[in-house]
Design a protein around this ligand. Structure first.
Ligand code: NAI
Length: 328
């Protein structure tokens, strides 16, 4: 029998955690034949709530779930982790300045990066969901010098999935007919969902849509501001769809992209497409054998260039800000 994979989830008692843990335990994160052990990391005040979720996980009698441990400190939480989902973060509260937000999150992601560096398994794969996801991933990565930088990724899969759904609705296509869509840049309102290389049943998506006004004035802002629209409608931020995207991100990373398709992931730049090396930016990536690779050689038109640059500039500003704060 297979050795269970250790999956650490931070923010386990939060709303994404509640939507995420049951799907990990039922085999959706890694595959239907991969046993898992869950390691739940929470702040001390939320450990009791995490214990309640663990009771419910027990009550599902999931055949693949081989154990649940709960921790209130990163050193123990990440010990032996093969996969780490960094969901817990400090949200922006009213009146909070960007510097305060970045500092508060630095206080979370620096020690978590150090703990991953010290104690995670050699094959550790990290997905940062907690916002600001790209910069939090950068902070953690910078404090894990012994872990290859490509093991730290940030989630833009929710944006990717949102864009596929919007494009399917606009064109009447099935979501399964849409391929090669790209989210570029930061997981923020400046992100750029790009359909110029996307395909709908093998035909170019931008040519099929043939409506640049819709692209600029409807599609891009709808995808970029979807998080706010969900909060407005639901009275709470996206949780099940965010958990679903985290599942998709790791599943694709581990099990590979489909031939003729790619996905979007926030990954460390090697300088491709003019994105400064070292920034954790969303790119089109293919995955195979547990490794991702940035899709090369795409032609970037003027419409796309300005939007990619704007989002990447925001990432560079966030990096400079955390540098000034001494967080990296
Ligand atoms: P939540 O507030 O319901 O849960 C967050 C949990 O994290 C809380 O239980 C809290 O106790 C815990 N936590 C805080 N600091 C921690 C630490 N140092 N270690 C371990 N746990 C800690 O928030 P929710 O809705 O679950 O969202 C979590 C994060 O995901 C937020 O930052 C949110 O902005 C982000 N998010 C990112 C998305 C993306 O596409 N990248 C999409 C949706 C949400």
């Amino acid at each position: 029998t297979r050795t269970p994979v250790n999956v650490t989830v931070t923010g386990a008692a939060g709303q994404i955690g509640y939507a995420l843990l049951f799907r990990i335990a039922s085999g959706h994160l890694l595959g239907p034949d991969v046993p898992v052990k869950l390691r739940l990391l929470e702040i001390p005040q939320a450990v009791k709530a995490a214990e309640g979720t663990a009771m419910e996980l027990d009550d599902c009698a999931f055949p693949l779930l081989k154990g649940i441990d709960i921790f209130d400190n990163p050193t123990d939480g990440f010990a032996g982790a093969n996969v780490a989902l960094l969901v817990g973060a400090r949200p922006r509260t009213q009146g909070m300045e960007r510097g305060d937000l970045l500092s508060a999150n630095g206080g979370i992601f620096k020690p978590q990066g150090e703990a991953i560096n010290a104690g995670a398994a050699d094959d550790i794969k990290v997905l940062v969901v907690g916002n600001p996801a790209n910069t939090n991933a950068l902070i953690a990565q910078q404090h894990a010098p012994d872990v290859p930088a490509e093991r730290f990724t940030a989630m833009t899969r929710l944006d990717h999935n949102r864009a596929i759904s919007q494009l399917a609705q606009k064109t009447g296509a099935a979501v399964s007919d849409i391929a090669k869509l790209t989210i570029w840049g930061n997981h923020s309102a400046t992100q750029y969902p790009d359909i110029f290389h996307a395909e709908i049943a093998g035909k170019n998506a931008a040519e099929t849509v043939n409506d640049e006004a819709w692209l600029a004035d409807t599609f891009i802002p709808t995808v970029a501001k979807r998080g706010a629209a969900i909060i407005e409608a639901r009275g709470a931020s996206s949780a099940a769809s965010a958990a679903n995207a985290a599942i998709d991100h790791v599943y694709t990373w581990v099990n590979g992209t489909k031939p003729g398709d790619w996905t979007s992931m926030g990954v460390v730049s090697d300088g491709s497409y003019g994105v400064p090396a070292g920034l954790i930016s969303s790119f089109p990536v293919t995955c195979q054998d547990g490794k991702w690779e940035i899709v090369q050689g795409l032609e970037i038109n003027e419409f796309s260039r300005g939007r990619i640059d704007a989002s990447v500039n925001e990432l560079a500003e966030e990096r400079d800000a955390v540098r000034e704060l001494g967080l990296i």
